[in-house]
Design a protein around this ligand. Structure first.
Ligand code: ASP
Ligand code: MG
Length: 416
């Protein structure tokens, strides 16, 4: 039976952390592992910059790529002897990207994005696989494109579950396997990505297909917290969270796990552990069927870079079903999810992530049929299982633009 491990960018951001991951794996003595890696450190952001420069032609994409090269060469120079085969492998991956950059970009931004950004995961897994072999952790490197089949919604590819499950079951037959998170492949063999932070989702897909006994996501935080510990020093660890509550928390933007991760695990009742790679012996959090949260407390989630869009009929008619259905089909066309919505007699307001590519196009489309006003640079707070105390604390001193309350959830949009 397999256990699935997922290591994110922070866990392999430098030589010291890479060695730490090696130690965690060497101390594993139970069964078989599938190990999913993200790109190292902030490499995905660096590659996004390459795509940006390449598609906008704003400056030299080769110079932007050079930063990614320097980062990886510094690491492998430190980890391997000069004539180790990894130098050729890393070189070849960069040559492939240089070929892409020499050609005209396709008019499909997201397609360009996936072909370039995916190299981050190929680099990290090649390097990790070679390093782990070096320290005598035997493993098999597997191309995620042979495992995860998707449609061609680049940057947000949808999984073809049937094909993926059978590919995974056929390909995974080694004791310990290493593969890339975040990546998939279309039936025409083009590389796709599953959305930022999608490596968690990859771990869940693999666990689902293999009926794994558990998934462990190794993070730079002690586990799932009741608030983001990077912003709230008094954040507390949740020892246990139910699948349903974890889905809610991830949906509202808790960054600790990708929102799509939980559903496949819940379907197969595969527990998910979130543990600190810095303190591997600590228990961390466990997400499984059962009590909602242990200990019981409010959870606070903060989402920045929000835009609140108010939409009304050009002749100020009442907002009726027809308007709302039109608004939602425009949102669907642009692939934009709504974080919060509210309607009054003559206007319909939505709060969405202010994606710099998607939102301008959305606004243009909406303006063709509606009067549109918006307010950007906003912050959305979501408080789950709020109490009077936590609510008062949250509202204190804030300029509230919109507020919504249900039995379990309080959301407010504020000026940042
Ligand atoms: N490397 C990708 C990202 O940074 C995927 C991941 O980390 O899960 O978004
Ligand atoms: Mg990451």
């Amino acid at each position: 039976m397999y256990t699935v491990y997922k290591f994110g960018g922070a866990s392999i951001k430098d030589v010291e952390n890479i060695k730490n991951v090696g130690n965690i794996l060497l101390s594993y003595t139970e069964g078989s592992l599938i190990i999913v890696f993200s790109a190292m450190g902030k490499v995905t952001n660096m590659l996004e910059n390459v795509v940006e420069v390449y598609t906008q032609r704003s400056s030299d994409p080769f110079a932007a790529l050079q930063k990614v090269k320097d980062f990886h060469y510094e690491i492998i120079n430190n980890l391997f002897h000069k004539n180790h085969i990894i130098f050729d492998e890393v070189n070849n991956l960069f040559v492939e990207i240089e070929w892409v950059l020499e050609n005209e970009p396709s008019s499909n931004y997201s397609y360009n994005y996936d072909q370039i950004v995916s190299v981050g995961e190929f680099l990290s897994t090649k390097i990790m696989s070679a390093y782990l072999e070096k320290v005598k952790f035997k493993n098999k490197w597997i191309d995620a494109r042979d495992l995860i089949r998707t449609d061609n919604t680049y940057r947000d590819a949808k999984i073809d579950w049937e094909v993926s499950v059978s590919c995974i079951q056929n390909q995974i037959k080694y004791k310990h396997c290493i593969t890339q998170g975040f990546l998939g492949c279309t039936s025409e063999n083009f590389t796709t990505t599953l959305g930022r932070e999608g490596s968690d989702f990859t771990a869940a897909i693999l666990a689902f297909a293999l009926d794994a006994d558990k998934v462990i996501i190794w993070k730079d935080v002690p586990g799932m917290m009741n608030a983001d510990p990077k912003h709230f020093t008094d954040a507390e660890l949740l020892e246990q969270v139910s699948f349903d509550e974890a889905i809610e928390l991830a949906f509202y933007g808790a960054k600790v796990i990708h929102p799509k991760t939980i559903q496949p695990l819940k379907k197969k009742q595969i527990p998910l552990h979130i543990k600190s790679f810095l303190h591997p012996l600590m228990k961390g959090s466990e997400i499984k069927e059962g009590i909602i949260k242990k200990p019981e407390m409010s959870s606070l989630i903060v989402k920045d870079n929000q835009i609140l869009i108010s939409i009304s009929d050009t002749s100020l008619a009442f907002i009726v079903e027809m308007h709302i259905s039109m608004i939602f089909s425009i949102l669907a066309k642009h692939g934009i999810g709504v974080n919060l919505m509210q309607n009054s007699a003559v206007s319909f307001s939505i709060c969405v992530d202010n994606d710099k590519y998607k939102v301008p196009a959305l606004l243009n489309d909406l303006k063709e049929s509606f009067d549109v006003f918006y307010n950007d640079d906003l912050r959305l707070y979501t408080l789950r299982h709020y109490t009077d105390i936590t609510t008062n604390e949250l509202l204190k001193g804030k300029e509230i633009i919109l507020e919504q309350k249900s039995r379990n959830t309080l959301q407010i949009v504020v000026k940042h």
